[in-house]
Design a protein around this ligand. Structure first.
Ligand SMILES: *[C@@H]1O[C@H](CO)[C@@H](O)[C@H](O)[C@H]1NC(C)=O
Ligand SMILES: *[C@@H]1O[C@H](CO)[C@@H](O)[C@H](O)[C@H]1NC(C)=O
Ligand SMILES: *[C@@H]1O[C@H](CO)[C@@H](O)[C@H](O)[C@H]1NC(C)=O
Length: 222
């Protein structure tokens, strides 16, 4: 991936930054966010850093990723402490979890499938009503393919587990979930899931070039 492509993705793509506050406990939060206030304020500085994570997760050299020496592991993300890389070979998915000490946040970055195999998921284009088991959202419908790619693979348990561990170590710090394209779609489900399962009001989502994932009822929940 050339860096120009990523800069273009960052600049031109729809960037969603949703503040998920499933449980509004007024708890602690990171310094750069405004958690109890759903007003969206686009922060370009923050986006430039987060897009580095969203692109680094595409790296196939796992050693370079694990030691944070990959070509995308640059100054903006210096000092990033990677904690876990998840590779679901069967479904061609990849994700990493780590701690950005500058942002004082747990970072979750999710990669969609590579260009060819994305078709495997997208072919399931039927908008089915799936039972999300989340409170107060009886009418919410989601894209079954993207949802399954997150919910019914290694990603969901492995990410939840790693995030819990990181927070046990560093306390109740913010969580920023990111991804590009299909990875962005899965990142959205991941952020929703974490906000609900961890009862957290400190889950933030920033995606790049993300396809639509659900209907209007789902948006109300987000
Ligand atoms: C939300 O934040 C914005 C920008 O910081 C501020 O102007 C607005 O008054 C806040 N709204 C509430 C309800 O706190
Ligand atoms: C934008 O994000 C950066 C990095 O997190 C932070 O230092 C800065 O204060 C933020 N700016 C605003 C206006 O929130
Ligand atoms: C999501 O995963 C849970 C736990 O594995 C499972 O019980 C549930 O049926 C899944 N939901 C969908 C809609 O596939």
């Amino acid at each position: 991936m050339g860096s120009r492509r990523w800069v273009a993705a960052a600049a031109a793509a729809m960037v969603a930054f949703l503040l998920l506050s499933a449980a509004s406990h007024g708890g602690r939060r990171g310094p750069s966010f405004n958690s109890n206030n759903r007003t969206f304020v686009f922060n370009y500085t923050l986006a430039k850093t987060i897009v580095e994570y969203a692109s680094a997760v595409y790296m196939t050299d796992l050693t370079a990723l694990y030691t944070w020496t990959c070509s995308r592991c640059n100054d903006l993300t210096k000092g990033f402490e990677i904690r876990c890389i998840i590779v679901d070979i069967q479904n061609c998915l990849q994700a990493f979890i780590g701690v950005d000490h500058n942002l004082n946040a747990v970072i979750v970055a999710i990669r969609g499938t590579q260009e060819n195999s994305v078709q495997n998921w997208i072919k399931d284009l039927v908008w089915k009503q799936v039972d999300l088991n989340y409170p107060n959202m009886p009418d919410a419908k989601v894209h079954t393919g993207f949802y399954s790619a997150y919910n019914n693979t290694l990603l969901r348990p492995a990410i939840t587990n790693a995030v819990r561990k990181a927070r046990r170590l560093y306390g109740d710090i913010s969580i920023i979930v990111t991804g590009h394209s299909m990875g962005g779609a899965m990142a959205s489900f991941c952020a929703l899931d974490l906000a609900i399962s961890l009862g957290s009001d400190t889950v933030h989502l920033m995606t790049f070039g993300q396809p639509r994932i659900g209907n209007a009822a789902l948006c109300l929940l987000l």
